[in-house]
Design a protein around this ligand. Structure first.
Ligand SMILES: [Zn+2]
Length: 277
Protein backbone atom coordinates (compact mmCIF):
# COMPACT_ATOMS: atom_id res chain seq x y z
CA UNK A 1 0.00 0.00 0.00
CA UNK A 2 1.46 3.35 -1.09
CA UNK A 3 0.21 6.90 -0.81
CA UNK A 4 1.00 9.64 -3.29
CA UNK A 5 -0.25 13.11 -2.32
CA UNK A 6 -1.90 14.96 -5.22
CA UNK A 7 -3.19 18.07 -3.42
CA UNK A 8 -2.62 19.03 0.20
CA UNK A 9 -4.19 22.05 1.86
CA UNK A 10 -4.82 22.76 5.54
CA UNK A 11 -8.31 21.21 5.59
CA UNK A 12 -8.65 19.58 2.17
CA UNK A 13 -6.59 16.97 0.38
CA UNK A 14 -6.57 14.50 -2.48
CA UNK A 15 -4.22 11.53 -2.70
CA UNK A 16 -3.64 8.38 -4.69
CA UNK A 17 -3.73 5.07 -2.80
CA UNK A 18 -1.66 2.63 -4.85
CA UNK A 19 -1.04 -1.13 -4.69
CA UNK A 20 -4.13 -1.60 -2.54
CA UNK A 21 -7.23 -3.78 -2.67
CA UNK A 22 -10.79 -2.48 -2.49
CA UNK A 23 -10.94 -3.75 1.12
CA UNK A 24 -7.80 -1.75 2.03
CA UNK A 25 -9.34 1.40 0.56
CA UNK A 26 -12.59 0.88 2.42
CA UNK A 27 -10.77 0.15 5.69
CA UNK A 28 -8.89 3.45 5.33
CA UNK A 29 -12.15 5.30 4.54
CA UNK A 30 -13.78 3.87 7.67
CA UNK A 31 -10.72 4.69 9.83
CA UNK A 32 -10.79 8.29 8.54
CA UNK A 33 -14.47 8.60 9.47
CA UNK A 34 -14.63 6.73 12.78
CA UNK A 35 -11.22 6.36 14.41
CA UNK A 36 -9.68 9.83 14.61
CA UNK A 37 -9.91 11.31 18.13
CA UNK A 38 -10.98 14.95 18.36
CA UNK A 39 -12.39 17.38 20.90
CA UNK A 40 -16.07 18.33 20.98
CA UNK A 41 -18.36 19.99 23.52
CA UNK A 42 -20.25 17.30 25.40
CA UNK A 43 -21.70 19.06 28.46
CA UNK A 44 -23.38 22.46 28.62
CA UNK A 45 -24.58 24.13 31.80
CA UNK A 46 -27.09 26.98 31.33
CA UNK A 47 -27.46 29.80 33.83
CA UNK A 48 -31.12 30.14 34.84
CA UNK A 49 -32.76 33.32 36.16
CA UNK A 50 -32.07 36.98 35.46
CA UNK A 51 -28.68 38.19 34.20
CA UNK A 52 -27.51 41.69 35.20
CA UNK A 53 -25.38 43.61 32.71
CA UNK A 54 -24.73 47.34 32.24
CA UNK A 55 -27.21 48.10 35.04
CA UNK A 56 -30.00 46.37 33.11
CA UNK A 57 -31.77 43.11 33.86
CA UNK A 58 -31.87 40.52 31.08
CA UNK A 59 -33.84 37.32 30.93
CA UNK A 60 -31.72 34.19 30.46
CA UNK A 61 -33.72 32.92 27.54
CA UNK A 62 -33.16 32.37 23.81
CA UNK A 63 -35.56 31.67 20.91
CA UNK A 64 -34.20 28.10 20.75
CA UNK A 65 -34.65 25.31 23.28
CA UNK A 66 -31.55 24.80 25.47
CA UNK A 67 -31.15 21.29 23.99
CA UNK A 68 -30.85 22.75 20.49
CA UNK A 69 -28.29 25.35 21.59
CA UNK A 70 -26.28 22.56 23.29
CA UNK A 71 -26.54 20.41 20.16
CA UNK A 72 -25.27 23.26 17.98
CA UNK A 73 -22.37 23.93 20.36
CA UNK A 74 -21.48 20.22 20.22
CA UNK A 75 -20.82 20.51 16.50
CA UNK A 76 -18.44 23.50 16.72
CA UNK A 77 -14.95 22.26 15.68
CA UNK A 78 -12.65 22.51 18.71
CA UNK A 79 -8.88 22.63 18.00
CA UNK A 80 -7.46 19.23 18.87
CA UNK A 81 -3.93 18.46 20.00
CA UNK A 82 -3.68 14.71 20.52
CA UNK A 83 -0.28 15.04 22.22
CA UNK A 84 -1.80 17.34 24.85
CA UNK A 85 -5.16 15.73 25.54
CA UNK A 86 -6.28 12.23 26.48
CA UNK A 87 -9.61 10.41 26.55
CA UNK A 88 -11.50 11.24 29.73
CA UNK A 89 -12.13 7.56 30.56
CA UNK A 90 -8.39 6.73 30.21
CA UNK A 91 -7.17 9.78 32.16
CA UNK A 92 -5.32 9.69 35.49
CA UNK A 93 -8.28 11.58 37.00
CA UNK A 94 -10.43 8.48 36.33
CA UNK A 95 -13.03 10.45 34.40
CA UNK A 96 -13.56 13.26 36.92
CA UNK A 97 -12.27 15.85 34.45
CA UNK A 98 -8.88 17.58 34.64
CA UNK A 99 -6.77 19.79 32.33
CA UNK A 100 -5.42 16.60 30.66
CA UNK A 101 -8.83 15.46 29.46
CA UNK A 102 -11.31 18.37 29.36
CA UNK A 103 -11.43 22.01 28.24
CA UNK A 104 -13.96 24.40 29.77
CA UNK A 105 -15.54 27.26 27.86
CA UNK A 106 -17.73 30.17 28.90
CA UNK A 107 -20.17 32.02 26.71
CA UNK A 108 -21.73 35.25 27.95
CA UNK A 109 -23.76 37.45 25.59
CA UNK A 110 -26.60 39.93 25.87
CA UNK A 111 -29.16 40.69 23.14
CA UNK A 112 -30.02 41.90 20.66
CA UNK A 113 -27.22 40.07 18.80
CA UNK A 114 -26.22 36.88 17.03
CA UNK A 115 -24.19 34.50 19.16
CA UNK A 116 -21.32 32.96 17.16
CA UNK A 117 -18.92 30.08 17.80
CA UNK A 118 -16.19 32.69 18.30
CA UNK A 119 -18.00 33.88 21.47
CA UNK A 120 -16.92 30.66 23.21
CA UNK A 121 -14.03 31.65 25.49
CA UNK A 122 -11.69 28.85 26.67
CA UNK A 123 -10.97 29.03 30.40
CA UNK A 124 -7.24 28.68 30.92
CA UNK A 125 -5.53 27.77 27.65
CA UNK A 126 -5.91 30.09 24.64
CA UNK A 127 -4.68 27.27 22.36
CA UNK A 128 -8.21 25.92 22.45
CA UNK A 129 -9.78 29.11 21.11
CA UNK A 130 -12.26 28.20 18.37
CA UNK A 131 -10.74 29.00 14.97
CA UNK A 132 -13.96 28.88 12.95
CA UNK A 133 -15.42 31.94 14.67
CA UNK A 134 -18.44 32.74 12.49
CA UNK A 135 -20.67 29.69 12.99
CA UNK A 136 -24.03 31.15 14.12
CA UNK A 137 -25.39 29.50 17.28
CA UNK A 138 -28.51 31.51 18.15
CA UNK A 139 -30.07 34.97 17.67
CA UNK A 140 -30.82 36.84 20.88
CA UNK A 141 -33.70 39.34 20.97
CA UNK A 142 -33.92 42.56 22.97
CA UNK A 143 -33.76 41.83 26.71
CA UNK A 144 -32.54 38.26 26.15
CA UNK A 145 -29.18 36.94 27.34
CA UNK A 146 -27.23 33.72 27.53
CA UNK A 147 -24.64 32.62 30.09
CA UNK A 148 -23.30 29.12 29.83
CA UNK A 149 -20.35 26.93 30.77
CA UNK A 150 -19.44 24.14 28.37
CA UNK A 151 -17.06 21.20 28.68
CA UNK A 152 -15.27 19.70 25.66
CA UNK A 153 -13.69 16.26 25.72
CA UNK A 154 -12.08 13.78 23.34
CA UNK A 155 -14.09 11.21 21.43
CA UNK A 156 -14.25 9.49 18.06
CA UNK A 157 -16.83 9.32 15.28
CA UNK A 158 -17.83 5.85 16.51
CA UNK A 159 -19.47 7.48 19.54
CA UNK A 160 -21.19 10.43 17.85
CA UNK A 161 -20.81 12.33 14.60
CA UNK A 162 -19.76 15.50 16.49
CA UNK A 163 -16.44 13.74 17.18
CA UNK A 164 -15.92 13.06 13.47
CA UNK A 165 -12.91 15.10 12.32
CA UNK A 166 -13.28 14.38 8.59
CA UNK A 167 -16.04 15.16 6.13
CA UNK A 168 -16.71 14.10 2.56
CA UNK A 169 -14.38 11.09 2.67
CA UNK A 170 -14.68 9.24 -0.62
CA UNK A 171 -12.70 7.42 -3.27
CA UNK A 172 -12.94 6.12 -6.79
CA UNK A 173 -10.82 3.88 -8.98
CA UNK A 174 -7.92 5.55 -10.74
CA UNK A 175 -9.00 5.83 -14.40
CA UNK A 176 -6.82 4.55 -17.26
CA UNK A 177 -7.48 6.28 -20.60
CA UNK A 178 -5.65 4.80 -23.59
CA UNK A 179 -5.56 6.46 -27.03
CA UNK A 180 -4.59 4.26 -29.99
CA UNK A 181 -2.53 6.70 -32.07
CA UNK A 182 -2.78 4.52 -35.19
CA UNK A 183 -6.58 5.00 -35.15
CA UNK A 184 -6.79 8.63 -33.87
CA UNK A 185 -7.64 11.13 -36.63
CA UNK A 186 -7.10 14.18 -34.36
CA UNK A 187 -10.80 15.08 -34.72
CA UNK A 188 -10.76 16.27 -31.06
CA UNK A 189 -14.25 14.87 -30.37
CA UNK A 190 -12.91 13.58 -27.04
CA UNK A 191 -11.41 16.97 -26.09
CA UNK A 192 -14.70 18.75 -26.78
CA UNK A 193 -17.04 15.96 -25.67
CA UNK A 194 -15.61 15.11 -22.23
CA UNK A 195 -17.98 16.65 -19.63
CA UNK A 196 -15.15 16.88 -17.06
CA UNK A 197 -12.67 18.48 -19.49
CA UNK A 198 -10.06 15.80 -18.83
CA UNK A 199 -8.35 16.20 -22.22
CA UNK A 200 -6.02 18.89 -23.56
CA UNK A 201 -4.90 19.30 -27.13
CA UNK A 202 -1.12 18.90 -27.10
CA UNK A 203 0.80 19.24 -30.41
CA UNK A 204 -2.42 18.65 -32.35
CA UNK A 205 -3.19 15.43 -30.46
CA UNK A 206 -5.64 14.74 -27.60
CA UNK A 207 -3.95 14.09 -24.26
CA UNK A 208 -5.68 13.08 -20.96
CA UNK A 209 -4.06 15.81 -18.84
CA UNK A 210 -6.39 15.67 -15.82
CA UNK A 211 -6.99 11.94 -15.33
CA UNK A 212 -7.95 12.43 -11.67
CA UNK A 213 -11.06 14.37 -12.79
CA UNK A 214 -12.27 11.48 -14.99
CA UNK A 215 -15.49 9.84 -13.73
CA UNK A 216 -15.21 6.82 -16.07
CA UNK A 217 -18.35 8.01 -17.90
CA UNK A 218 -16.95 6.72 -21.22
CA UNK A 219 -18.25 9.75 -23.18
CA UNK A 220 -14.83 10.24 -24.84
CA UNK A 221 -14.87 6.67 -26.20
CA UNK A 222 -18.46 7.05 -27.41
CA UNK A 223 -17.78 10.41 -29.09
CA UNK A 224 -14.71 9.13 -30.97
CA UNK A 225 -15.71 8.12 -34.53
CA UNK A 226 -12.51 6.11 -34.93
CA UNK A 227 -13.00 4.12 -31.69
CA UNK A 228 -9.45 5.04 -30.76
CA UNK A 229 -10.10 5.46 -27.02
CA UNK A 230 -10.54 2.86 -24.32
CA UNK A 231 -11.41 3.81 -20.75
CA UNK A 232 -10.95 1.40 -17.86
CA UNK A 233 -10.15 1.58 -14.19
CA UNK A 234 -7.06 0.50 -12.28
CA UNK A 235 -8.46 -1.95 -9.72
CA UNK A 236 -5.38 -1.51 -7.47
CA UNK A 237 -5.31 2.34 -7.34
CA UNK A 238 -7.81 4.71 -5.75
CA UNK A 239 -8.20 8.48 -5.89
CA UNK A 240 -9.13 9.57 -2.37
CA UNK A 241 -10.61 12.92 -1.40
CA UNK A 242 -11.25 14.21 2.10
CA UNK A 243 -11.76 17.37 4.14
CA UNK A 244 -11.47 18.05 7.85
CA UNK A 245 -13.85 20.17 9.90
CA UNK A 246 -11.01 22.47 11.03
CA UNK A 247 -10.23 20.74 14.32
CA UNK A 248 -6.97 19.42 12.78
CA UNK A 249 -5.10 19.46 9.47
CA UNK A 250 -5.75 16.90 6.74
CA UNK A 251 -2.16 15.64 7.03
CA UNK A 252 -2.65 14.97 10.76
CA UNK A 253 -6.01 13.23 10.16
CA UNK A 254 -4.45 10.95 7.56
CA UNK A 255 -1.48 10.16 9.80
CA UNK A 256 -3.74 9.26 12.75
CA UNK A 257 -6.11 7.16 10.61
CA UNK A 258 -3.20 5.15 9.16
CA UNK A 259 -1.73 4.61 12.65
CA UNK A 260 -5.10 3.40 13.95
CA UNK A 261 -5.45 1.05 10.98
CA UNK A 262 -1.99 -0.37 11.64
CA UNK A 263 -2.78 -0.85 15.34
CA UNK A 264 -6.07 -2.59 14.43
CA UNK A 265 -4.34 -5.00 12.03
CA UNK A 266 -1.66 -5.79 14.62
CA UNK A 267 -4.28 -6.52 17.27
CA UNK A 268 -6.18 -8.75 14.85
CA UNK A 269 -3.02 -10.62 13.90
CA UNK A 270 -2.23 -11.24 17.58
CA UNK A 271 -5.75 -12.56 18.17
CA UNK A 272 -5.38 -14.98 15.25
CA UNK A 273 -1.98 -16.13 16.56
CA UNK A 274 -3.53 -16.81 19.97
CA UNK A 275 -6.26 -18.92 18.34
CA UNK A 276 -3.67 -20.98 16.50
CA UNK A 277 -1.59 -21.56 19.64
ZN1 LIG B 1 -8.50 13.90 33.44
Amino acid sequence: MNIEIMELEESRCRFLLKDASHSDANALRRALISDIPKMAIDQVEFHLGPIMADGKEYESITPLFDEIVAHRLGQVPIPTDMELMTFREDCVCEGEGCPNCIVMYSLNKIGPCTVYSGDLIPLGNDAFKVEDTLIPIVDLGDGQAILIYAIAEMGTGRRHVKWQATTGVGYKYQPIVEIDESLCDQGMQCVNGCPRKVFDEVDGKPFPARLEDCTLCNTCAEECDQQAITVRSDQRSFVFGLETDGSMTCAKALEVALASLEAGFEEFSEMVSELQA
